[in-house]
Design a protein around this ligand. Structure first.
Ligand SMILES: [Zn+2]
Length: 259
């Protein structure tokens, strides 16, 4: 059994709750995932479990804060995504000892772990499959939705990643923010539907005459998004990019036109 322990850490994050979950996986010689900050609780867990591997689901700032410290404190092997090694070095300040790719297996003491490439929220995003469930980073949350914003985000890849996980029928999902997800199928379905609904609203806004990001955002959201305007516009831009890839609109970065 892979024995997964969750340690919420206070960090600067735009995720609701202001915390990122670090996880220790495996009773002995296992994995430390997303050590976003140092804490006494995580210190003792890492020591008690003799953590042997340190990695992150992706290299956003609210996930990487203490990778360097824990890698040196535990003498664990630091892993990076093979295709995004430079991002890891830039974000953590350390060179990885090894690199993983889709399907890489990490011995986690009492249970095996498989790396799954799950891009969409970020290009270097991965999840970890274990027999207890899947550690999903910022791919899923128990309530609300995940930010998929232009630049880092890719809506088509995100939907593919959600569908891939859903097909695996995991028992639980362990997200990087918020509580453990006990109803993976329902949550993944909800997140897929949420994205597709937003996409339809963005497309309808363009078809109804909205052309620039501001106007399309105003038309695509019913609720007041002024406090998170940059995230809302980033999300809408990611959807327009996907609609352009799908041939539904043209988009030059400033102006969208229906096709
Ligand atoms: Zn992130």
């Amino acid at each position: 059994m892979a024995s997964i322990a969750r340690v919420p850490l206070a960090v600067e994050t735009r995720a609701p709750g202001g915390e990122t979950n670090a996880y220790a996986i495996g009773e002995r010689g296992g994995v430390l995932l997303d050590p976003a900050a140092r804490s006494p609780g995580l210190d003792s867990l890492a020591d008690a479990r003799e953590v042997a591997h340190v990695l992150v689901t992706h290299t956003h700032p609210d996930h990487v804060g203490s990778v360097a410290e824990y890698a040196s404190h535990t003498d664990a092997t630091a892993w990076a995504h093979a295709d995004h090694r430079d991002r890891f070095v830039h974000a953590t300040g350390i060179e990885p000892d090894r690199v993983f790719e889709d399907g890489t297996e990490l011995g986690a003491g009492n249970g095996d772990l498989t790396v799954l490439e799950t891009p969409g929220h970020a290009p270097d995003h991965v999840s970890l499959a274990t027999e207890e469930g899947i550690l999903v980073g910022d791919l899923a949350v128990a309530t609300g939705s995940v930010a998929i914003t232009a630049g880092e985000g890719h809506v088509g890849n995100y939907l593919d990643s959600l569908r891939q996980l859903r097909e695996m029928s995991p028992e639980k999902l362990f997200p990087a923010h918020g509580s453990v997800i006990d109803d993976p199928d329902e949550t993944l379905k909800r997140l897929i539907e949420h994205r597709l609904e937003r996409e339809q609203r963005v497309l309808a806004a363009v078809r109804d005459g909205a052309r620039d990001l501001g106007a399309i955002t105003d038309a695509a959201y019913e609720k007041d998004v002024s406090s998170v305007r940059d995230l809302a516009e980033g999300t809408v831009a990611a959807h327009i990019e996907q609609l352009a890839r799908d041939g539904e609109v043209t988009w030059n970065g400033e102006r969208a036109e229906p096709v």
